[in-house]
Design a protein around this ligand. Structure first.
Ligand SMILES: [Zn+2]
Ligand SMILES: [Zn+2]
Length: 345
């Protein structure tokens, strides 16, 4: 079968490999749709020691498909079932899991290999983070389950209340999901980005106002412009960073109202500090929250959102392409031509 094989930064190709056979507790799935994500792009460019400790390795982790074979002991899935799975499962025994912080699990079990005709889901992920999906949910709409689950996690940390003003910094796929879910929570959402094309999508996702900051001179000007769109010019009740740049983390904090909460969501490069005015932090009683990854609870909520149609997975996708377009699609993402592609084997 054909599968994407990753050999190191910049070295990714579709090759012929042997399909896997499911061991005890595992499930083999014929992939019908696999989605590209920002993590794929980062890994392709720079490598990713946590996701790819050994090379060569299979590549891709957002997918949906049809079960073809199940390993010994699997009772909840059977051949022919349409399924979607998250990219990891927590171990449930380390200190973090025991304390209910499964996103911080020290022994996360990863799945790689979604960009392929077939993938075998590890037993731990079969048990905790794999779901049957109805015919009404397209494979392509279900594939972006993992990022949606992380956004559901982020939402749980926002404390958004009815009528709150929420500023979402960044209108890529993650930012758009935050816009959509904040609207579902009853917030007035302001979307901020540097691309008119992405802001148009944020408007479609329900943002009451979109702000293009591309022409503004500096951080102070940007913060002033954003605050102007909040009640009384005080700032956002909740500010969500969905870009992954320290400057935007700072922007998210600088646009809070006194007592506001910033959810700093976008992953930044290692060793990249960001700064907060300690006096503002003190006198304005800000709450700053870092959010990473997801937990089985948030994965389940994300599956429910997709099945009910309250979140349309298709709305996050730029285009559907054949599997051999994987590398060109990552290049298009790097060039800002698209944000998320569905690849079909
Ligand atoms: Zn992903
Ligand atoms: Zn654990």
């Amino acid at each position: 079968m054909r599968a994407a094989i990753f050999r190191g930064p910049g070295e990714l190709a579709i090759e012929d490999v042997e399909p896997g056979t499911p061991g005890p507790g595992e499930v083999a799935v014929e992939v019908r749709a696999a989605a590209t994500c920002g993590t794929d792009l980062k890994s392709y460019r720079r490598g990713h020691p946590k996701l790819f400790p050994t090379l060569p390795a299979r590549f891709g982790h957002e997918f949906a498909g049809v079960v073809t074979e199940v390993g010994d002991g699997v009772t909840t899935f059977a051949p022919g079932m349409r399924v979607v799975a998250a990219n990891t499962a927590p171990c449930d025994v380390c200190w973090a899991c025991v304390r209910g912080r499964q996103s911080l699990c020290e022994n996360l079990i990863f799945l790689n290999g979604a960009f392929a005709e077939q993938v075998v889901i590890p037993a731990a992920i079969v048990q905790r983070n794999t779901y049957e999906i109805p015919d009404s949910l397209d494979f392509g709409a279900a594939a972006p389950l993992e990022p949606l689950a992380t956004v559901v996690h982020g939402m749980a940390e926002t404390g958004i209340e009815l009528g709150d003003t929420v500023v979402v910094h960044g209108a890529g796929p993650i930012g758009l999901m935050f816009v959509k879910l904040s609207v579902l929570r009853g917030a007035n959402v302001v979307s901020v980005d540097r691309s008119a094309w992405r802001l148009e999508q944020a408007g479609q996702a329900g943002a009451v106002e979109t702000i293009d900051i591309s022409g503004l001179a500096d951080a102070a000007e940007i913060a002033a412009r954003i605050k102007k769109s909040t009640p009384g010019g005080r700032g956002a009740d909740v500010s969500i960073e969905a870009v992954g740049l320290p400057a935007v983390w700072e922007q998210a904090v600088q646009t809070l109202r006194p007592g506001g909460t910033a959810v700093l969501f976008g992953g930044t490069p290692k060793g990249a500090p960001f700064s907060v005015d300690s006096s503002d932090m003190h006198y304005s009683e800000y709450t700053l929250k870092g959010v990473f990854h997801h937990t089985p609870r948030y994965v389940r909520t994300a599956v429910d959102l997709l099945i009910s149609g309250r979140v349309d997975g298709h709305s996050l996708v730029t285009e559907t392409r054949p599997l051999d377009q994987l590398v060109p699609s990552l290049e298009d993402m790097a060039a800002g031509r698209g944000t998320k592609y569905i690849l079909t084997p």
